[in-house]
Design a protein around this ligand. Structure first.
Ligand SMILES: [Zn+2]
Length: 268
């Protein structure tokens, strides 16, 4: 039953993320007006807005102007639902599953925003960092490194300290890399959005997992990004890589597997 609930919650949050991904980079309100066709402006009724189902029933077209609806809409809904379900299957009906769901939803929003507009909205990065600090206090980071350095301190407090240290170190390191890169190539390679994004990841994940996520994100971004530039013959000097999308995907994988890996490691 909780599994079904997590899928339904994921579909609804995914539907809201679609609104955020379209409107936040355009500085539009996410609450008003209600959903509209982006081509003809027709207000979308609730029965045209049922996640995934409406898209299939309307055969990917607006019922009024017949303009095509991007497959991104059902894809974001389905992926968010799948991640919520995976979180539930990993943590069971617990606060840990809710924490992961919040983290994953924010990352899905950033992955798609960066892919489509190369913008990581502050609502996701800064807002997500605030959410991460609250989450790290309420649901302490598993095997917090700071707990070792702060013996006798409440687990929630040491987890919050770790979230702060991870956010500061990860964003500081990435900012430093960006400064060196822009000096060397005389152009901006990393947006400040990416710096704020890794701070958000640090607030949720703590030190070791953030380090792993940034590392995987950089490797995947370099390999796949260069492969893409090569395959599509794009100009490497002007093509802007959606680095945040790679960081986000890596953070989801690490967030979902880090606890499982710790269990496996301790079992050895
Ligand atoms: Zn329309």
């Amino acid at each position: 039953m909780e599994g079904v609930l997590s899928v339904v919650a994921g579909l609804l949050i995914g539907s809201f993320l679609n609104v955020c991904v379209y409107r936040l980079p355009r500085d539009m309100s996410v609450t008003w007006p209600g959903s509209r066709c982006t081509t003809c402006g027709h207000a979308i009724a609730w029965y045209e807005n049922v996640p995934v189902v409406s898209y299939l029933l309307m055969r990917a077209r607006c019922r009024h102007c017949r303009a095509g609806i991007a497959w991104r809409y059902p894809a974001v809904e389905a992926v968010t639902a799948a991640l919520f379900l995976l979180g539930y299957l990993t943590w069971g009906p617990s606060a840990g599953a809710v924490k992961f769901a919040v983290f994953a939803a924010l990352l899905v929003g950033m992955i798609v925003s960066d892919l489509e507009t190369r913008i990581l909205p502050d609502e996701f990065t800064k807002g997500g960092m605030a959410a991460g600090f609250v989450a790290s206090f309420l649901v302490p980071i598993p095997d917090s490194v700071m707990a070792v350095f702060l013996p006798g301190v409440d687990r929630r407090v040491s987890s919050l300290v770790e979230a702060g240290v991870a956010a500061g170190l990860a964003s500081g390191a990435l900012w430093g890399v960006g400064v060196v890169y822009s000096k060397l190539r005389e152009k901006e390679g990393l947006g400040f959005g990416d710096v704020k994004m890794v701070a958000m990841m640090g607030a949720f994940l703590g030190l070791p997992a953030t380090l792993a996520a940034v590392m995987f994100g950089c490797i995947a971004g370099s390999v796949l990004g260069l492969g893409y530039i090569w395959a599509t013959k794009k100009d490497a000097a002007t093509y802007e890589l959606p680095f945040g999308s790679f960081l986000g995907a890596a953070a989801i994988v690490v967030g979902l597997t880090s606890e499982g890996m710790l269990h496996w490691y301790r079992g050895m």
